[in-house]
Design a protein around this ligand. Structure first.
Ligand SMILES: *Cc1c(COP(=O)(O)O)cnc(C)c1O
Length: 357
């Protein structure tokens, strides 16, 4: 399928990209593609960025039949534009689609859509090291019908937002609040896919953590409320004396691409890595005894987010004295080095954007 280009007639001036509020500025174009039962996915097109028109009974507005992805394009130190494992985001989008009864999209076409849209709006990629162009593909049910059932019509949209470095104020550790009131996910639920409803359901806990002065919420498993699962919307790693460990993909954890990259990179760097169950007691005792040396979250937005402080059941415990540890820094430098083209990529994770038109 050819992507139709209906570009904006006037050239929009690129604003100052050095001081950007996260996710509030968008590039001049967006990608759209429709689905209906007769035609399947059809009419892929790039059009001027605008509001969308929706039926008030659109399934997504009532029953949250919606999925999304998040990835970035980076302006390299060599002037080239790079994407990081974009095919993995598309594969995950289709896994999310499967879970939410949304028809899958053609992977080749989705990648071409991302590449073409970025190419058209490439002047909007901030050049400063650490900043990037955030790419948000999403699909949702648009059929106007109040019955609870999979929508018969969908819209696939891709929008782009230039974002500044996550670490404007330095690579500083965050504090996390362990909730045993709320759960994010449970076996058989939708925690392992990027479905919109997961995030609506997490807001309350996140707000309570914020009100108590913590940056993020740490989620425990939904059954025993004992095993660590994720931190905010990131995966979590623990650097114990003898291994780098992360919770195993139990079905209620989102399989992060950064998580997978860290596992492979740490292994490549000669560390012992393990995916296993990690209890909150092990973490707290480890932090106190020093057996736990570092803790960090992983995700596309921050890449590596060091954790310096954990609150659980009335007790606050520091990790590595509340400081960013050397492994967190090393992994961060390595991964961002690949993304900005400063380092050879022995993994084949980066894709240089060539003119797709
Ligand atoms: C997106 C996401 C992550 C991180 O995934 P990446 O592919 O590394 O960006 C982790 N947990 C949740 C809940 C997420 O939504």
């Amino acid at each position: 399928m050819e992507i139709e280009l209906r570009l904006s007639l006037e050239k929009k001036e690129v604003p100052d990209l050095s001081n950007l509020p996260f996710g509030k500025i968008f590039t001049p174009h967006m990608f759209l593609m429709n689905y209906d039962e007769k035609k399947g996915w059809h009419s892929p097109r790039i059009v001027p960025f605008s509001y969308l028109e929706l039926h008030p009974a659109a399934i997504v507005l009532h029953y949250a039949q919606t999925i999304f992805e998040g990835l970035k394009a980076y302006a390299g130190v060599d002037g080239k534009i790079r994407l990081f494992r974009p095919w993995d985001n598309i594969a995950r989008l289709n896994r999310s689609a499967e879970r939410m009864c949304i028809p899958k999209v053609d992977s080749e076409l989705a990648l071409k859509a991302i590449k073409t849209l970025i190419w058209i709006d490439r002047d909007w990629i901030p050049k400063e090291r650490g900043s990037s162009l955030y790419i948000r593909p999403f699909i949702f049910g648009t059929e106007g019908a109040l019955g609870v059932k999979p929508s018969s019509e969908y819209l696939f949209v891709i929008i782009l937002s230039p974002v500044k470095s996550y670490y404007e104020e330095g690579f500083n550790p965050i504090s996390i609040y362990v909730t045993d009131t709320y759960v994010r996910a449970f076996p058989g639920g939708t925690g392992d896919v990027k479905a919109g409803g997961n995030y609506a359901a997490s807001l309350k806990a996140q707000e309570e953590a914020k009100n108590l002065g913590y940056t993020q919420i740490l989620w425990l498993d939904g059954i025993e409320r004992r095993y660590v699962e994720e931190v905010g919307t990131m995966n979590i790693f623990f650097y114990f004396e003898d291994e780098l460990a992360t919770p195993e993909l139990s079905g209620s954890i989102l399989p992060g691409i950064t998580r997978d990259s860290v596992l492979k990179l740490a292994n490549f760097l000669g560390l012992k890595v393990r995916e296993r169950r990690i209890s909150i007691e092990e973490v707290l005792e480890g932090a106190k005894s020093g057996y736990l040396k570092e803790c960090f979250g992983t995700g596309t937005a921050a890449v590596i987010s060091p954790v310096g402080k954990i609150f659980y059941k009335g007790e606050e415990v520091l990790i590595n004295n509340g400081q960013t540890g050397p492994l967190s820094r090393k992994l961060f430098d390595y991964l961002t080095g690949l993304q900005y083209g400063e380092r050879e990529d022995p993994f084949g994770w980066t894709m240089i954007l060539e003119n797709p038109l």
